[in-house]
Design a protein around this ligand. Structure first.
Ligand code: ZN
Length: 291
């Protein structure tokens, strides 16, 4: 599932490509995945891109926003060469090693002046949504909209401090891994980066949150793995669908210490990595050096 680094990578790539372009046409192949009236945003210029938690936010003219959530298997792929042409199913593979587009899992196609955005989603949990910002003076006020309510702090912002992390952990008896993944406390961390951060900080993912003593190392580890994830263009793990908007995979899977490395040696102490389930999600850790 795309997490903060994957959505951030998508945002940073698209920022260089689509700002200033207008939305010319939208083809919706899976109606339940487009919420709102697509006609509202036809002809509108894209003026900015933002990310909040795992949400990608396109800011459009006239205070309109197109929100995109990739959920489990969503992909955003941008292709410039198809501009002006009609996207045809079974089109030859536009990227070396990338997907055929539009393909069987293409759900929405957004035509811009100079290129085409493909929203692919095998499992169909992802969505696009048009919202109108209420009239306010403050540019960032749209982040107060209902859809953003209940989202916790951004872990790479200055609001995320060791003190905040301590407060959040001390109030919960749940497994520390679940608290890290709780979007209402810290926004953007999912299964991959929770596993990696806990390994980095040498903390057992099952440990009740209020018993965690290594707060500062965990705080540092969270920021480290997220920053590295962004640096490497996200994680394209074996069974996950994330790819970068240019159709190529991210590279962070080559740097993972524990995630999907069951049975392989811990990079720190060589003990085989163990896989267990916490709340039905696969959890990977080193039984030797994570306490
Ligand atoms: Zn170890």
């Amino acid at each position: 599932m795309p997490e903060l680094p994957e959505v951030e990578t998508t945002k940073r790539y698209l920022e260089k490509k689509i700002i200033g372009q207008r939305i010319k046409k939208i083809e919706i192949l899976s109606p339940k995945q487009f919420i709102g009236d697509p006609k509202q945003i036809i002809g509108k210029k894209i003026v900015g891109l933002e990310r909040r938690a795992k949400l990608l936010i396109w800011q459009l003219e006239n205070d309109l926003f197109l929100l995109i959530h990739l959920k489990l298997t969503g992909q955003i792929v941008y292709h410039e060469k198809l501009a002006g042409k009609k996207a045809v199913f079974g089109h030859p593979i536009p990227f070396a090693g990338g997907p055929t587009l539009p393909g069987k899992s293409t759900r929405i196609v957004v035509y811009l002046d100079k290129g085409v955005i493909f929203f692919n989603d095998l499992r169909k949990f992802g969505w696009m949504k048009v919202i109108q910002k209420p009239k306010t003076k403050n540019q960032k006020d749209y982040l107060k909209l209902k859809i953003f309510e209940g989202l916790g702090v951004e872990p790479l912002s200055k609001d995320f401090t060791p003190e905040y992390l301590k407060k959040v952990l001390s109030r919960s008896r749940r497994a520390v891994k679940l608290v890290l993944m709780d979007q209402s406390k810290i926004a953007g961390i999912g299964n991959i980066y929770a596993n990696e951060a806990l390994w980095q900080a040498k903390i057992d993912p099952r440990k009740p949150a209020h018993q965690v003593k290594r707060i500062k190392p965990l705080w540092q580890a969270i920021r480290k793995v997220l920053k590295e994830g962004i640096e490497y263009g996200g994680t394209s793990a074996a069974d996950e669908a994330y790819i970068k908007p240019n159709g190529s995979p991210g590279q962070y899977q080559q740097h993972l210490a524990v995630y999907q490395r069951e049975g392989k040696p811990c990079p720190r102490c060589q003990t085989p990595i163990k896989r267990i389930k916490i709340n039905n999600r696969s959890t990977f850790f080193c039984p030797q050096c994570q306490k």
